[in-house]
Ligand binder design. Structure first.
Ligand code: NAD
Ligand code: UD1
Length: 336
């Protein structure tokens, strides 16, 4: 079976994808500098699957380390998760974001070109659509973004397309994730944010476990059915499955393509809170707070292209997502 290099494979989405890759019979090599992850995630992935993977602790920008990795392993395709992802931090530290995300991806691609490994699945984000003109959002929608993090995703998408245009041996999948939440149903691996969570679901689970007194609901005066923000939450296991489909697709198809990975279903903040309380039987005290700067009212995916070309479709619903997020948080109140 093919050997896959997973950059950032110790992180939230990466660890779930490594698990599914191993279960699907792939050999896996992870390159992660552990800047936002714990080795424990991959120890658990190996325990859960009964299979081993290789972890190389190193940085995608360290060309000699990446070269050594490719010399040691015959890599078929790269799934590239490594990067920095906090929107607010990117506004404060734009240079660090361009360096880690854009320069990091460039350095990685240079070595890939050198060794002739030219298949890459890239973690893009629905943030590239900014405040969309229409929902559901198709891949053909206008691309615009209002913060350095989103801009790094746009620049990398453009760079990878141009690399593939210049050299038809390159095969590129740009996966635009909507809002990943949930965890492996065993609760053994999950999202482990540092400090106070910015995103909704980790905040909700930390309220549920008693680490935070209440949730602030950022605005209930949006033009949405209940006034709170609407997003397309997608289970991290569905997302992981999308990466396996993308690797399979690249084995058969050349060129560069973008795919939305979302469910196509929009859920409001109150849908998430109410579903969490009902499914898990745990109260989530909340207060209505002012809108958060930079938030949009509503966005969700048109996932038709991924269904038609990748043969991928999200299978899990909001109930599955809140159940599995809680399985992880309640079993691991302090993370790994
Ligand atoms: P994460 O922070 O859990 O995972 C990223 C991993 O990359 C971490 O393990 C980190 O240690 C590693 N890393 C960072 N910089 C590195 C470097 N220079 N060299 C080697 N390793 C490095 O984040 P995640 O939520 O799993 O996200 C993975 C990817 O998906 C990111 O590119 C992110 O921008 C993108 N994405 C995430 C979301 C989301 O909501 N989680 C949404 C859209 C897109
Ligand atoms: C955020 C990022 C986006 C990234 C996405 C997925 C910003 C401005 N955008 O988007 O770039 O792609 O995460 O990682 O940070 N909410 C609350 N209370 C909270 C937290 C969130 O009410 O404590 C609301 C938000 O207003 C929003 C919804 O919950 O309506 C989802 O928020 P969040 O999980 O942060 O995701 P996004 O806003 O979609």
């Amino acid at each position: 079976m093919a050997k896959i290099l997973v950059t950032g494979g110790a992180g939230y989405i990466g660890s779930h994808t490594c698990l599914l890759l191993l279960e699907s019979g792939y050999d896996v090599v992870v390159l992660d500098n552990l800047s936002n992850a714990s080795e424990a995630a991959l120890r658990r992935v190996q325990e859960m699957t009964g299979k081993t993977l290789d972890l190389v602790v190193g940085d995608i920008r360290d060309t000699s380390a990446v070269r050594a990795l490719f010399a040691q392993h015959s890599i078929d395709s790269v799934i590239h998760f490594a990067g920095s992802k906090a929107v607010g931090e990117s506004v404060e530290q734009p240079m660090a974001y361009y360096d880690n995300n854009v320069v990091g991806t460039l350095r990685l691609c240079e070595v890939m070109a050198e060794v002739g490994c030219k298949r890459i699945v890239f973690s893009s984000s629905a943030t590239v659509y900014g405040d969309p003109d229409v929902v559901p959002i198709p891949e053909t929608a206008a691309l615009r973004t209002s913060n350095p993090y989103g801009q790094t995703k746009l620049v990398i998408e453009q760079m990878l397309r141009e690399i593939a245009n210049a050299d038809p041996e390159w095969r590129v999948s740009l996966l635009r994730y909507f809002n990943p939440i949930g965890a492996h149903p065993s609760g053994r691996i999950g999202e482990n944010p540092n400090g106070i969570p910015n995103n909704l679901m980790p905040y909700v689970t930390q309220v549920a476990v008693g680490k935070r007194p209440h949730l602030s609901v950022y605005g209930n005066d949006y033009s949405t059915p209940d006034g709170t923000g609407v997003r397309d939450y997608i289970h991290v296991m569905d997302l992981a499955a999308g990466h396996i489909k993308a690797v399979e697709y690249l084995a058969q198809h050349s060129g560069a393509d973008a795919f939305n990975l979302g469910t196509g279903v929009g859920c409001s903040v109150m849908d998430v809170v109410n579903t969490f309380e009902r499914v898990n039987g745990v109260p989530i005290p909340y207060q209505i707070a002012p809108r958060r700067a930079g938030d949009v009212a509503s966005y969700f995916a048109d996932p038709t292209k991924a269904t038609q070309l990748l043969g991928w479709q999200a299978k899990l619903n909001l109930e599955d997502m809140v159940r599995d997020s809680w399985a992880w948080q309640s079993a691991n109140p302090n993370g790994y």
